[in-house]
Ligand binder design. Structure first.
Ligand code: SF4
Length: 332
């Protein structure tokens, strides 16, 4: 039997209360899913806020590495996902590619003990664990500059995975030299050596889009996420993480036009007027958009039937080391 969205919403609200399940949703989720969540935020906010929640079951609407982060930080929780959706960027690196990157540096006479690896939070738990075992840590787009500043004080080169754009953008902001593995540059000349991963959604914005909006609406501001290409970030008025973008845009005067280079669902609910998407295409994250109200309902139904589906499990050793990588970041 098919239910309407309103019927599904009513059922979900009744079931999550009765079954003591906390629904968590990332900012990039569809509006109807975002609306029924108890906790919303960016990836780190979600993992942190969920730690303080009393319910045993967390129904996580987001992508795989985010659900893993909740499990890593709070292993006693049972984390289930309506869809085991993957982040395209997180899938671009695994532990073998990480080892190959370290070998690439060794071939250029850069010893592992002279390298400090930093992984963007958008990576799977096994990669975070690898990074921790080499003395490294996690960063987010909001704190990457702080983390890299501290890391450089150790006098080491930084291996930054998996997002080349974030690594290069931070290097540009800090006046540091960067390179991307495989771009032909000698890594000995770089302070930050970036792995060649990227976010497919944030690659949709172009310098031509910025020129278009500046010509069409003189005085418009351009605000973008640091997962965008360095050329876009250099041409923008503001570069910030998801939470920083939200705060920046909400603080603008109502008549100030702004074009935003990040995911569509989040931008679309920020402001009623004078906010534009910095692209002629709709920059939706396909995997974030996979989760529907029906998926949420079926996941709750499986909990009710005592047969939970899509539960996240993390190997004990991986959990321990991935937590160390996250804790090192939080300590800074
Ligand atoms: Fe991954 Fe990009 Fe989707 Fe974020 S928007 S989950 S980085 S693919």
């Amino acid at each position: 039997m098919k239910f309407t969205n309103d019927e599904l919403k009513d059922k979900i609200i009744e079931m999550k209360k009765r079954l003591h399940v906390t629904i968590v949703a990332h900012y990039y989720q569809r509006d109807e899913v975002f609306d029924i969540a108890d906790i919303t935020g960016d990836s780190l906010e979600l993992a942190r806020k969920t730690q303080d929640d009393d319910n045993e079951f967390v129904l996580f609407c987001g992508v795989g590495f985010m659900g893993q982060s909740v499990k890593v930080l709070t292993p006693s929780k049972r984390v289930v996902m309506p869809k085991i959706a993957c982040c395209a960027m997180a899938r671009m690196i695994d532990t073998l590619y990480f080892d190959e990157s370290v070998e690439f540096l060794q071939k250029h006479d850069i010893k592992p003990e002279d390298v400090l690896p930093i992984t963007y939070i958008n990576s799977n738990a096994d990669v975070k664990a690898k990074v921790a075992k080499m003395g490294g840590m996690v960063c987010t787009s909001a704190n990457a500059k702080t983390i890299i500043t501290k890391a450089l004080q150790e006098g080491k080169k930084i291996l930054f995975v998996p997002d080349r754009c974030l690594g290069q953008n931070i290097a540009n902001m800090m006046g540091l030299k960067s390179c991307v593995i495989g771009d032909g540059t000698d890594p000995r000349e770089a302070d930050i050596i970036c792995y060649d991963g990227f976010c497919s959604v944030h690659q949709l914005f172009s310098v031509d889009d910025i020129a278009f909006y500046r010509k069409k609406y003189p005085g418009i501001l351009i605000a973008v996420h640091p997962e965008c290409d360095p050329a876009i970030c250099q041409a923008a008025d503001f570069v910030g993480s998801t939470s920083q973008l939200i705060n920046y845009i909400k603080a603008l005067p109502a008549d100030q036009k702004v074009a935003v280079g990040t995911e569509f669902n989040m931008v679309n609910r920020l402001r009623e007027k004078n906010t534009y998407i910095l692209s002629s295409t709709k920059p939706e994250c396909p995997t974030m958009n996979e989760t529907t109200l029906e998926d949420v309902y079926l996941t709750l139904k499986a909990i009710e039937d005592k047969n939970p589906i899509n539960e996240i499990f993390v190997d004990e050793d991986v959990q321990k080391w991935a937590k160390i990588a996250l804790d090192r970041m939080m300590a800074l």
